[in-house]
Design a protein around this ligand. Structure first.
Ligand SMILES: NC(=O)c1ccc[n+]([C@@H]2O[C@H](COP(=O)([O-])OP(=O)(O)OC[C@H]3O[C@@H](n4cnc5c(N)ncnc54)[C@H](O)[C@@H]3O)[C@@H](O)[C@H]2O)c1
Length: 424
């Protein structure tokens, strides 16, 4: 097996996830360079990948000032810092693992897509859902024809109330001007996966949604700006910083609090006193929606309803309806329910068995692992798995999010062809 070398630009949560793969599969990947301004994060990478010490920098501009010295550049900086390093890495001849969104505006996305196409860059946008057993199995099932002609899909993305409060109220993506709007940031995965499952183009969109719960109007009486300053609701509020970050938080959430992947409870507690994750969730300068729906019309009259919202524990559910049958599945369960319309008798389908790859497990329903396998096939063997999303397709699927957001603001139905023609 060919070992591929990688550099990582941005050693935050995502950068650490992808580089961690080189520790798990050392025959497949090695990490030989890092650009990250925070010492503790840069050192974390060097500790796990000693070869990266030779090319360790504090800014992406410095690592990309060196002529190409690795096979792959991982671009895992924040949303508004994807385009510039990606363009430079493309120019240098790197193949790319590029975090989503490609960029926060359609114009920037287009520039990047055209540059990658012109250079012939092999580039995977991190639409990790495509690489999960769950969605691969659904795709396989649709393509088997058992549902007949797909006519309609209802898909729900439950962001989860704690995840919403962490990422989209207190954290990195709370403000659309600083990062990107919710549908692009969080649900570009879902819009992409729906297009992939259907295999046709989206023609029109309509959307509604707003920020209604995580607002000052719902702030409990007497709640201070920071939870640890003696909030009277400390015992009952499930968003209380101490309850979340020293109790229910997942490791990736906890790590974000201190910017330190190896933080102790004491470090976390200290950071919560005046840090952004210690703020009352009803007193943050967040502006991204906490619930939104999108209606879509695809080619051949296929209709899709998508709902993203914070008011659930988290998870994705889908109902696919065709002329010959219906499939109901939940990403949190290995079993899907198929009902052929001819018998109306429901059958259980084991999704992991039907996708056929037990090694695809871990973060994002196995998607983080699946995409690293696919990246290796693509770069080492020039072999694109069926999950691989061509960059032009990723761009067009990003346009669904941009057009839907326009609809949410204007109240109008937006044609994708017309929207695309306006992107200069
Ligand atoms: N594919 C997915 O499912 C998925 C999930 C979560 C996040 N993301 C995306 O991944 C990206 C990163 O998210 P994250 O959670 O890792 O964020 P993060 O804030 O943890 O990581 C970003 C890192 O970039 C570093 N950085 C800042 N300026 C830099 C510079 N000049 N040069 C190099 N590095 C610099 C920061 O210090 C930070 O460590 C975001 O765009 C996000 O949308 C994707």
């Amino acid at each position: 097996m060919k070992k591929l070398s990688m550099i990582v630009i941005g050693a935050g949560g995502r950068g650490r996830t992808y580089t961690g793969f080189a520790n798990k599969y050392p025959d497949m990947y090695e990490v030989i360079g890092v650009a990250e301004p925070l010492d503790v994060r840069r050192e974390y990478i060097i500790k796990r990948h000693p070869k990266a010490a030779e090319h360790a920098y504090t800014h992406w501009k410095d690592i990309l000032a060196v002529p190409k010295f690795a096979d792959i550049a991982i671009i895992s900086t924040m949303d508004r810092m994807h385009m510039e390093p990606a363009l430079k890495a493309i120019e240098l001849g790197y193949d790319l693992l590029l975090e989503k969104p490609i960029a926060p505006t359609p114009e920037e996305c287009k520039v990047l897509v055209e540059a990658a196409e012109k250079k012939g860059t092999r580039i995977l946008v991190c639409h990790v859902l495509r690489y999960t057993n769950f969605f691969r199995a659904l795709k396989k099932f649709i393509d088997s024809g058992k549902l007949g002609r797909v006519m309609s899909i209802v898909h729900t993305e439950g962001v989860g109330n704690l995840h919403q409060s962490h990422s989209f109220v207190r954290g990195n993506w709370h403000n659309s001007e600083e990062s990107s709007f919710m549908l692009l940031q969080k649900s570009c995965h879902d819009l992409d996966i729906l297009q992939w499952l259907i295999g046709k183009e989206c023609k029109r969109v309509q959307s509604f949604g707003s920020l209604s719960y995580f607002t000052a109007a719902n702030r409990p009486e007497g709640a201070p700006d920071y939870c640890l300053d003696g909030c009277p609701k400390a015992d009952t509020c499930r968003f209380h910083a101490k309850t979340v970050y020293l109790g229910t938080a997942k490791t990736w959430m906890r790590n974000a609090v201190c910017e330190n992947p190896e933080a102790t409870d004491e470090d976390v507690l200290e950071a919560l006193k005046r840090g952004r994750f210690g703020r009352c969730v009803f007193a943050c300068n967040n502006d991204v929606v906490d619930h939104q729906v999108v209606n879509m019309e695809f080619e051949d009259d296929i209709t899709v309803t998508f709902s993203m919202n914070a008011f659930n524990p988290g998870g994705r559910d889908i109902r696919i309806m065709g002329t010959e049958g219906e499939l109901i599945a939940s990403m949190s369960k290995p079993i899907a329910y198929y009902t052929p319309l001819s018998t109306a008798k429901t059958e259980e389908i084991n999704l992991i068995e039907s996708a056929g790859d037990e090694s695809i497990a871990g973060g994002h329903g196995g998607g983080d692992t699946g995409i690293m396998f696919a990246l290796h096939d693509l770069v080492a063997e020039n072999k694109a798995s069926e999950s691989v999303c061509p960059i032009r397709t990723a761009y067009k699927n990003h346009l669904i999010a941009f057009a839907a957001e326009e609809s949410r603001h204007t109240g109008k139905v937006v044609s994708l062809d017309e929207y695309e023609s306006r992107v200069k």
